[in-house]
Design a protein around this ligand. Sequence first.
Ligand SMILES: [Zn+2]
Length: 129
Amino acid sequence: MDENIHPVRKISTFFMVMAMIMLVLSVTALYQAIEAYRRGSLDLPSIMLSGGALALSMYMLIQMRSKPLKLGFEMPKVSTTIECLNCSYKMVRKFERGDYVFKRIGECPKCKGEMIISSIYREVEERGR
Ligand SMILES: [Zn+2]
């Protein structure tokens, strides 16, 4: 699962750096436009342009910050099916770290037989919402 998350993080870090550079450039441009205004030459288009770029880069940074969090919540649910070897009693629970197929889980609540993990699967139901 970690392999799926990695490229997304790399891309957002790249765009974050790009947005930061854009932010610095637009602040510089805005500062220069204000300086020019102080010296008596009103350069309204460049003030508006740099102000717009500043707003856009800030918006981009805010968007990027919220994305990794969202991804965390949208992770697919993984379930583990546990089966009794003796009476084939089945139960399903949330996947836990360290679960693997044929792992011994413990005693069956019905017949005290041995219980193992019979399957691990991803739930796809959530996408319909
Ligand atoms: Zn059993």
